[in-house]
Design a protein around this ligand. Structure first.
Ligand code: GTB
Length: 214
């Protein structure tokens, strides 16, 4: 039996790989673990069957034998810790890879999500134009140091890890905001990660969900 993950039956991003199942798909592809996908609608996610897997009624979830998990970060850590290819063996390098995963989730992603939500929820309000530079400034306050750290290196540490996987997918959420383009090395970093065969397989699989429905 393969692990089963959940993903949107009808993702609002129309297959652009911005929903968080992409994190799990890519991780499973990197480690060569076949998996099944159960597609769920927005209403399915609020039904008891799904709430038993994730009390917050969201995707992605991960089921493997007796184990069920939600939270993309926890799922990636589990996959990376029980396989080879996403976390180095050396304990110090391993700890630093986990650190970058959490930096992506806790330090870089929040201002990006805040800006996305402000655009959806307040985009038509009179104060929005004034608020936008402030929100962009908060994102740049994260991208500036990240770009300085990366410099002209290939990955955040010596080799590609789960930290890069998470950071790249967080940075991809900037698509359409014209902010990533201000940082040529971060743009190349994202492009380099997107060129990985495992990323391509994961991306095509989630895109196929959209194209088959439309
Ligand atoms: N912290 C959780 C995790 O990392 O797993 C957050 C999970 C989460 O936000 N899931 C979203 C969800 O299920 C889908 S990914 N939402 C439904 C709900 O809350 O009812 C977020 C997402 C959705 C759509 C786009 N998009 O269209 O661009 C991007 C990201």
């Amino acid at each position: 039996m393969h692990p089963t993950i959940t993903a949107f039956e009808d993702s609002p991003d129309e297959g652009q790989g911005l929903a968080r199942d992409m994190r799990v798909r890519w991780a499973l592809e990197e480690v060569g673990q076949p998996y099944d996908v159960r597609l769920v609608s927005f209403s399915d996610m609020k039904q008891p069957r799904h709430l038993a897997l994730n009390p917050f009624g969201q995707i992605p979830t991960f089921e493997d034998g007796d184990l069920t998990l939600f939270e993309s970060g926890a799922i990636i850590l589990h996959i990376a810790s029980t396989t080879t290819g996403l976390l180095p063996d050396d304990p110090i390098a391993r700890a630093r890879a986990s650190m970058w995963m959490l930096a992506a989730l806790n330090t870089v992603e929040p201002p990006i999500v805040e800006r996305e939500q402000a655009t959806y929820l307040e985009g038509d309000k009179p104060w929005f134009a004034e608020r936008l530079p402030l929100l962009d400034g908060r994102i740049r306050a994260r991208l500036d140091p990240l770009a300085r750290w990366l410099g002209d290196a290939e990955w955040l540490e010596v080799e590609f890890t789960a930290g890069d996987l998470m950071m790249v997918l967080v940075l991809r959420r900037l698509s359409g905001m014209d902010l990533l383009e201000e940082y040529p090395n971060l743009s190349s970093y994202v492009a380099r990660a997107e060129a990985r065969p495992a990323y391509q397989r994961a991306f095509q699989d989630q895109l196929a969900v959209f194209t088959h429905r439309n």
